[in-house]
Design a protein around this ligand. Structure first.
Ligand code: PMP
Length: 326
C-alpha cells in the first residue's frame, strides 16, 4: 500500500507546470513551480514545518506549547497543520487588509486569530509585529516564530524547493522569478540554484509601496517608498533578515491593478486558480521579457491558491470598485 503516515508527509514534491497562453509573447520556456499542491495549499507549508522542527530540536518549542506568529495566512495554515499533528496551540496575528477568507480558514484549522490595523507604523504598539511580540512575552510556554528573521524559513527552501526545481529542470533552469515577502523563498531557492550554477539569474517581484527594489538598487532604506497597497503576500515596509539581497540579481515592481488582472487571467486562460502573488509573479515575468532568449528556461514560483481571494481578485464587483476592470 502507498500512503503517507500523516498529512505533513505530503508536503513538497510539487509539480512543475508549463505556462502556455499568457507567455506566448516570450521567446523561452516558462515553467511554474506549482506550490498549491501542498496540503495547506501554499509553499509556506515547507518553511512552517522546518521552523517548528528546528525549534523543537533546540528547545525553543516545548511539548504542549503555544505557537505565536504574525502571518497573512499561508504561514499560519502551515503552522496550524503541523501544530495539529504535533499537539501545539496556535495564535495568529494578522493585518486587517487581509481577506476575510484567510481569517476564517485559519480558524477552521483550530487557530485563534487576532486582527490588527494595517495603516500603522511597524513600531506602533497596535501593529501586528508589536502585538505578536507582546503576546509571546505574556503567554507562558509560548514561542514567537518570527518568519521574517527566522533562518529556518530560507533553509526550508534551500533544502527542498531549490533541489526540486534543479532536479525537475535537469539543471537547465536559467532564471528563477518569485514574489518576495519574508524573502525565505527567493533566498533559499536562489542560494541553492546559484551553488549549482552561478550563471542562473534570480529575480524578485516587488510591489509599489514596498522598500525592496529601491534598497537593492541603492542600499538606501527609503521611507518614501512605503505606502498602503492592495497586493497580498509580497512587498514589505521592513528589511527581513531572510532577504539575502546578494543572491538577487534584480527586482521588478508590479502594480496592484496588474497583479489583480493577471490573477484572473491565470485562472481564465491557463486554468490556474491561484492567489494574488501568482498574478504579480507572471506579470513580472512578462515585464522581464528583454532579459530572456530562445533557449532560456524560466521558472516562476506560484505561492498559493485562488480560494483565498474569491471575495477580492475573483469578485468582479470588487475589481470594478477598485477600477481594475471596466
Ligand atoms: N505570496 C504569498 C501569497 C505569500 O503568502 C508570501 C509570504 N508572505 C509570499 C508570496 C512571499 O514569500 P516569501 O515570504 O518566502 O518571500
Amino acid at each position: 500500500m502507498q500512503y503517507a503516515n500523516n498529512i505533513l508527509e505530503t508536503i513538497g514534491n510539487t509539480p512543475l507546470v508549463k505556462l502556455n497562453k499568457l507567455t506566448e509573447e516570450l521567446p523561452c520556456l516558462v515553467l511554474s513551480k506549482y506550490e498549491t499542491f501542498n496540503p495547506g495549499n501554499s509553499v509556506k507549508d515547507r518553511m512552517a514545518l522546518q521552523m517548528i522542527e528546528d525549534a523543537e530540536a533546540d528547545g525553543r518549542l516545548k511539548p504542549g506549547g503555544t505557537i505565536i506568529e504574525g502571518t497573512s495566512g499561508n504561514t499560519g495554515m502551515g503552522l496550524a497543520l503541523a501544530a495539529i499533528i504535533k499537539g501545539y496551540k496556535c495564535i495568529f496575528v494578522m493585518a486587517d487588509k487581509q481577506s476575510k477568507e484567510k481569517v476564517d480558514i485559519l480558524k477552521a484549522v483550530g487557530a485563534e486569530v487576532v486582527v490588527c490595523p494595517t495603516a500603522v507604523e511597524p513600531e506602533d504598539p497596535r501593529s501586528y509585529y508589536s502585538v505578536s511580540k507582546r503576546l509571546s512575552t505574556e503567554i507562558e510556554n509560548s514561542w514567537y516564530v518570527n518568519q521574517y528573521d527566522n533562518p529556518s524559513n530560507a533553509k526550508a527552501h534551500y533544502q527542498s524547493t531549490g533541489p526540486e526545481i534543479w532536479k525537475q529542470t535537469e539543471g537547465k533552469i536559467t532564471h528563477f522569478v518569485v514574489g518576495v515577502g519574508t524573502g525565505g523563498t527567493i533566498s533559499g531557492v536562489g542560494k541553492y540554484l546559484k551553488e549549482q550554477n552561478p550563471d542562473i539569474k534570480v529575480w524578485g517581484i516587488d510591489t509599489y509601496g514596498s522598500v525592496f527594489k529601491k534598497y537593492h538598487e541603492t542600499g538606501v532604506f527609503d521611507e518614501n517608498e512605503i505606502y498602503p497597497y492592495v497586493t497580498e503576500g509580497i512587498g514589505e515596509d521592513i528589511l527581513p533578515k531572510n532577504v539575502d539581497f546578494d543572491i538577487i540579481d534584480g527586482f521588478t515592481k508590479v502594480t496592484d491593478k496588474d497583479a489583480a488582472v493577471y490573477t484572473q487571467r491565470l485562472s481564465k486562460e491557463e486554468g490556474m486558480f491561484l492567489g494574488n502573488s501568482a498574478g504579480a509573479a507572471i506579470k513580472g515575468v512578462l515585464q522581464l521579457k528583454e532579459h530572456f532568449t530562445k533557449d532560456d528556461v524560466v521558472v516562476v514560483l506560484f505561492h498559493d491558491h485562488g480560494s483565498r481571494y474569491v471575495g477580492k481578485m475573483f469578485n468582479d464587483d470588487w475589481m470594478r470598485e477598485k477600477g481594475y476592470i471596466e
